[in-house]
Design a protein around this ligand. Structure first.
Ligand code: 13P
Length: 292
């Protein structure tokens, strides 16, 4: 059994300056591919579901498949609920066996964000072994039910970070620093590395207490990814890239095999392409060989 808490995994990553890939899935084929890729690279890994796929597949199904796959391997893995705006659904997923829960109150005012995030933190901590992620500021783009226009995106105020983390009781913190969900509208998005570094210093010196999360991982250049990690990002979220791999590899296979009616072969192709991509991310994030 390799299921660990996200915080345990990410404190180590922060200290050693690498990041753990946190990969959003919509299918169990992707889940298998992620775990296989991480095993091949001996890397810790986080599987995440946004709320829509969690509801569609049913959280009890996601947890059951996750546990069955995790039980077969010895690398550290955890299951994260991503960007949930519904306190009750956070609690349901925590009860069912998700190991990490993100309450996304970034659309709320500061006090209400703290109040609801705290409710989720207290609930998850009382169960034991479940860690909680919170967000301050807003990440532009589209992630499941969260849509933020780039003009409305607000970067996280470093001064407020400390208060937010203390009062909300969270274990992991996702500050908005200029990254965006989905496909970047510009070739050179403006990322505020300095702000990320300041927040990291404020929360994590002298000891790492609250690892930082980078949202909007798809589409950034490799030097940008490394810079984000150097400035304190230790959970690196990738969703859109895996959706493209799933859809493109499906189209590619169907075009190449128009008369073949064997879904197992299609699944195998999608799984292989997804796994290759996971291995690419693990190399870039520096988490290869870190599954200790
Ligand atoms: P991308 O869709 O840009 O990869 O962002 C993923 C993410 O941040 C999920 O929380």
């Amino acid at each position: 059994m390799a299921i660990v808490s996200a915080k345990e995994m990410l404190v180590k990553a922060s200290q050693e300056k690498y990041a753990v890939g946190a990969f959003n899935i919509t299918s169990v084929v992707q889940m298998g591919a992620i775990i296989e890729g991480a095993v091949a690279k001996n890397a810790p890994v986080i599987i995440q579901t946004s709320v829509t796929p969690a509801r569609f597949l049913k959280p009890e199904v996601v947890v059951a498949v996750f546990k069955a796959l995790a039980n077969e391997v010895s690398i550290p893995v955890c299951l994260h609920l991503d960007h949930c705006t519904d306190v009750d659904f956070c609690k349901i997923c925590a009860d069912l066996g998700y190991t990490n829960i993100m309450f996304d109150g970034s659309h709320l005012d500061f006090e209400e964000n703290i109040r609801r995030t705290r409710e989720v933190s207290d609930y998850c901590h009382a169960i034991g072994g479940i860690t909680v992620e919170g967000e301050l500021g807003t990440v532009s783009g589209v992630e499941d039910q969260i849509k933020v226009a780039s003009d409305d995106a607000q970067l996280c105020d470093p001064e407020k970070s400390f208060e937010f983390v203390e009062r909300s009781g969270i274990d992991l913190f996702g500050p908005a620093i200029g990254t965006a969900h989905g496909i970047y509208q510009t070739e050179n998005p403006v990322i505020d590395f300095k702000r990320l570094g300041e927040i990291y210093q404020m929360l994590n010196t002298p000891l790492v207490k609250t690892p930082l999360v980078v949202h909007g991982g798809t589409g950034l250049s490799e030097p940008t990814v490394r810079n984000l990690i150097q400035n304190g990002g230790s959970k690196y979220n990738v969703s859109t890239n895996l959706k493209y791999i799933l859809m493109d590899s499906t189209h590619e296979y169907m075009t190449g095999h128009p008369k073949e009616y064997d879904p197992g072969k299609l699944d195998k192709h999608v799984k292989m392409e997804t796994r290759k991509r996971i291995e690419y991310w693990i190399d870039l994030l520096g988490s290869e060989g870190k599954a200790l």
